[in-house]
Design a protein around this ligand. Structure first.
Ligand code: GLC
Length: 419
């Protein structure tokens, strides 16, 4: 007995010494689908490895609400949150509040990520955050229903999608009144900016503001793209689609109540999960073309260290750990979070779980950026003006042409003498 006690106190001493200088780091991560659970698990692995403690701050679900809250924290120079999960469109807005990771993270580690994503995180030469996962809009479809209604492949154009969705919806409604052809993100928020950018680019209608900062939204193809999307509401998409975010659309698709869904890659892992009615019946394809090309909006999230953090070294260690290949592999396998490290797209275990990471690789590498780089600190205003104009068209308040003309005027006002 005596011996056992002695052993115990010895190991307690070793533990205590390895924990000397241990700190508590607070990490603010997202909460869409599996995000929060997986964030906590990753943080716990780092804590176990380093002897530090991580507190996970539970952020609002919508990216717009998160941004509002984080801006308040950062404006107050609060040290409450050490590490923030940042949307790919935020570095320009928030750069001033984050530690420059250049030189603090080995260049080889930085250069292992997709160059385009590192560029999106670099503001005036400052590396604001390290990429954690990337996103691109995808078309999900029901393989069983396509077959049942005689379709051989996913639609290549929006016209084809509308025809297929209508036929399947008409058939399925005979036994399921809750069934819809196509669900997507129609609520007036950042998610609608993402969906509508895909329509615009697919019709050849540009990216609202081009890379030189010129306002390009007032054009016939952009108007046509918005009118086309408005024609889906209450025909192949339910009236309620104008209130849907990612999770609302996923809920309907996963319950077996939609033929097609626009969503990000995370919906794949959940759609194959135990509580999904459509597991084993899902296909993934590039979003359809409006005549110009297939287009997916570039999304994704990064981890940055607050300049007001009192534990910057530990915070940087946490960021490096979570963005490492080992962690990104776990997240890709368990949650379909797309790695930001090209090498992982050749990983056999990842491809076995998510075959479309291989077959749709070019969709991920050619995803279209929202105009956050040219509009800098004004991006959020630009995005809100855009999603409001789109929402007006979807809700029948305006026609596409009228909406894009008005939006061009609103954007010129926001731009003032320059972005
Ligand atoms: C996803 C994307 C993000 C985008 C958001 C919109 O989380 O990764 O970039 O802003 O959806 O809801």
């Amino acid at each position: 007995m005596k011996k056992a006690v002695a052993l115990f106190s010895l190991s307690a001493a070793i533990l205590a010494s390895s924990h000397a200088g241990a700190v508590t780091v607070t990490l603010a991560c997202g909460d869409v689908g599996l995000e929060l659970k997986m964030c906590k698990e990753g943080a716990a692995r780092w804590a176990k490895k380093t002897g530090n403690t991580v507190k996970v701050f539970e952020s609002p679900k919508l990216t717009n609400d998160r941004l509002g809250l984080y801006q308040q924290q950062l404006a107050a120079k609060s040290s409450d949150i050490d590490v923030y999960q940042l949307d790919v469109v935020w570095p320009g807005l928030l750069a001033q509040h984050f530690v420059d990771l250049t030189g603090k993270v080995p260049a080889s580690e930085v250069n292992a990520h997709f160059k385009g994503i590192i560029d999106a995180n670099t503001v005036n030469g400052k590396l604001v955050a390290l990429p954690w996962f990337t996103d691109a809009g995808l078309l999900y479809y029901r393989t069983d229903l396509l077959k049942k209604y005689g379709f051989k492949a996913a639609p290549k154009t929006w016209t084809e999608l509308a025809l297929m969705a209508k036929k399947i919806q008409d058939g399925e409604r005979k036994t399921n009144s809750a069934f819809s052809g196509f669900v997507w993100q129609g609520k007036n928020y950042e998610g609608l900016t993402c969906d509508a950018m895909e329509w615009l680019v697919s019709f050849g209608g540009g990216t609202i503001v081009d890379s030189t900062g010129k306002i390009t939204i007032n054009n016939a193809q952009a108007a046509k793209a918005l009118d086309t999307a408005a024609s889906w509401v209450k025909s192949i998409s339910p009236a309620g689609v104008t209130t849907y975010d990612e999770e609302a659309a996923r809920g309907i698709f996963q319950a077996g109540n939609a033929a097609f869904m626009r969503n990000w890659p995370y919906a794949w892992a959940l759609g194959q999960g135990k509580d999904s009615k459509v597991a084993g019946k899902i296909g993934v394809a590039p979003l359809p073309s409006g005549g110009a090309r297939n287009a997916a909006t570039l999304g994704g999230w990064q981890l940055g260290v607050s300049s007001y953090s009192k534990n910057q070294d530990a915070a940087i260690s946490l960021v490096r750990y979570l963005t490492s290949p080992e962690e990104q592999k776990i997240r890709a396998i368990q949650g379909t979070y797309n790695p930001t490290l090209p090498a992982l797209y050749k990983d056999k275990d990842i491809l076995a779980k998510n075959p479309f990471f291989g077959s749709l690789y070019s969709v991920f590498t050619s995803a279209v950026a929202r105009p956050s780089a040219p509009t800098k600190l004004k991006y959020n205003q630009v995005s809100q003006a855009f999603s409001t104009a789109v929402s007006d068209v979807l809700n029948g308040k305006m026609k596409g042409q009228q909406a894009v003309a008005k939006l061009a005027t609103d954007l010129a006002r926001i731009k003032g003498r320059g972005w």
